[in-house]
Ligand binder design. Structure first.
Ligand code: SF4
Length: 228
């Protein structure tokens, strides 16, 4: 019995170490690199110089997140793709165009949200970023969280969900369900790139974005009343 409990504890520690945000809503990895978190321009200037993992050797440039830093909502994808790597901006390729259409369909202005990725450099052949790469890049994401102070976070796709919250989570089972970690509220949904390959899944994303839109409206209301 004691042995089982101790094994469970060890497993739990491993799980906690393998996700970026712990149950208390804190980054579980010590931010050993200092990034300016009170000024987007300075943060970006510093982040684009990063060579902290090997992804930088094979990409054209670091692709920082972008968008509104005062609306308390973040969308987080996996990694830049080819178009993003070329243009230096997140979600500007085919998946980004689809995301823009989804935003329009629910009347969310892209410029009113912050959009980023788990890692800021394009992985070779668009493979998924590894856990060690996600951890290496986490100080930049942490600085983005410090800057945006999000209340609502939308992990898009399995990679974002698993690296952020739970390496064993299934995006199919978790999408559309609110999850709370400390002061953060997460609503996972499918990645737009997945929707490009699986058009019949769009109906689920429509349901998710109706919830996200309601949260955006609520945040705006609280913001206008200086309650957040
Ligand atoms: S992926 Fe992140 S940690 Fe790795 S080099 Fe690019 S910016 Fe730095």
């Amino acid at each position: 019995m004691i042995k089982n409990n101790s094994n469970k504890n060890i497993q739990m520690q491993e799980v906690i170490q393998n996700m970026l945000i712990n149950q208390k809503g804190r980054f579980s990895i010590n931010n050993i690199i200092e990034y300016p978190a009170n000024n987007y321009k300075k943060l970006k200037e510093k982040a684009v110089e990063c060579e902290r993992c090997s992804l930088r050797q094979n990409c054209k440039q670091v692709v920082m997140g972008e968008g509104a830093v005062d609306r308390k909502i973040m969308f987080i994808g996996e990694a830049p793709g080819g178009t993003e790597d070329k243009e230096g901006r997140p979600f500007v390729g085919r998946a980004g165009n689809l995301l823009n259409k989804i935003f329009s369909a629910v009347d969310i202005k892209r410029e009113n949200v912050y959009i980023s990725n788990i890692v800021k450099c394009r992985p070779p052949d668009n493979r998924k970023p590894s856990l060690s790469e996600a951890k290496a890049c986490s100080p930049i994401l942490q600085a983005e969280f410090d800057l945006v102070q999000p209340k609502v976070i939308v992990p898009m796709g399995a990679t974002a969900l698993q690296h952020l919250l739970d390496e064993g989570a299934s995006i199919t089972e978790s999408r559309g369900e609110w999850m709370q970690r400390g002061n953060y509220y997460f609503l996972p949904t499918f990645h737009p790139a997945y929707l490009l390959r699986n058009k019949n899944m769009k109906k689920y994303v429509w349901q998710d974005f109706k919830k996200i839109k309601a949260a955006v409206n609520r945040l705006q209301e609280l913001n206008e009343n200086n309650k957040i």
